[in-house]
Design a protein around this ligand. Structure first.
Ligand code: UT7
Length: 321
């Protein structure tokens, strides 16, 4: 018995914002952004929400898998930018989809969120609790970005990506590793609502993303290769046995650094961040869906997925397509 991805889908906001567009907002240049990050443009919401994007991505994943919404047993939304505190985004998506038989809840592990949700679904299915799960990473990061901070506003984009996984007799997910390091939480953070009640009122710092980019960069290039090695060891594979590495899309130089440490050629690291930027939990499933729809994923291929980000959180998964 295994747990296999049987469908993918994604949805992006309509508005494309180029690097040149951002030069109207902050002191930056297309040259700097491309050279330091590999990002050329990103999609930014002008009305699309975490829930509407997630629902669209889920509909496409269901269609791709040939399944109906009513068949879904578990619906997980990975997000760090939900519209509402309550109800959770997953319940709102459930309602839009008509996935009336699903148990729905959210999970927040920032840029590793999709991967952690995939693992959660895997554990539920492995344990025999559910037969299938719809997992979506959806973000409208433009809500929490400080559009006056050139160090962060050039990096992020909005979007959603989804997969449907199902119990299968065919090989699917082969192994998983996950890690968290809460002691480094300060390097990438965003405040939420503060404590304010009749007995106390705390003042806000700022409800926008703050990041020590160099620290996050160093963490990613150091920890991601070692966690990929860990999952390869667990599944008795070598880095060279992997057909494609589908990594979180944060920065082209991070991906290059990881490839170098693993000793793997860059052509095994597909990237789309030039067109979509860093979409946090949506990055991996959107890239996976693009590869799927382009016909680049052949049955039997070995893939490594790896996500990393705020928390700090990071993890990797090996699967057979
Ligand atoms: O999903 C995980 C979330 N985040 C990440 O993965 C981000 C990881 N970090 C990074 O990708 C990189 O650290 C950044 C792209 C954020 C920054 O690149 P860097 O090469 O580490 O640049 P830096 O922060 O060391 O800044 C170098 C210079 C500074 O100027 P000075 O002090 O040398 O005069 C910055 O002020 O570049 C300046 N700078 C900019 N210049 C033009 C920073 N942002 C910009 C900008 N345009 N947008």
């Amino acid at each position: 018995m295994s747990v296999k991805i049987i469908g993918t889908g994604s949805a992006l906001p309509e508005k494309i914002v180029t690097n040149d567009d951002l030069t109207q907002l902050v002191d930056t240049s297309d040259e700097w952004i491309k050279e330091r990050t590999g990002i050329g443009s990103r999609r930014i919401s002008t009305g699309e929400t975490v829930v509407s994007l997630a629902a669209q991505a889920c509909e496409k994943a269901l269609e791709n898998a040939g399944r109906e919404a009513a068949q879904v047993q578990l619906l997980l939304v990975a997000t760090c930018t939900p519209e509402m505190g309550i109800p959770c985004a997953a319940c709102q998506v459930q309602s839009l989809l008509g996935a009336a038989n699903a148990v729905a809840f959210d999970l927040n592990a920032a840029c590793a969120g999709f991967l952690f949700a995939l693992n959660t679904a895997y554990a539920y299915i492995e344990a025999g609790i559910y037969e299938n799960a719809l997992i979506v990473g959806s973000e409208v990061l433009s809500k929490i970005v400080d559009w006056t901070d050139r160090g962060t506003c050039v990096l992020f984009g909005d979007g959603a990506g989804a997969v449907l996984v199902e119990r299968s007799e065919q090989p699917g997910i082969l192994g998983f590793v996950q890690h968290s390091d809460g002691t480094k939480g300060e390097v990438l953070k965003c405040d939420s609502r503060q404590l304010k009640n009749p007995y106390i009122s705390l003042t806000f710092d700022s409800p926008f993303v703050k990041m020590d980019g160099r620290e996050v960069f160093a963490f990613a290039v150091r920890q991601v290769p070692s966690c990929i090695q860990e999952v390869l060891q667990q599944t008795q594979l070598d880095a060279g046995d992997v057909d494609l590495y589908v990594l979180h899309q944060a920065n082209r130089r991070i991906v290059e650094g990881i490839a170098k440490r693993l000793g793997v050629e860059m052509d095994k690291f597909p990237m789309n961040l030039d067109r979509v930027g860093n979409m946090s939990s949506a990055a991996i499933p959107v890239l996976l869906d693009e590869l799927n729809r382009e016909g680049r994923l052949q049955e039997g291929m070995t893939l490594v997925l790896s996500g990393f980000g705020a928390g700090l959180t990071y993890g990797a998964c090996v699967l057979r397509w």
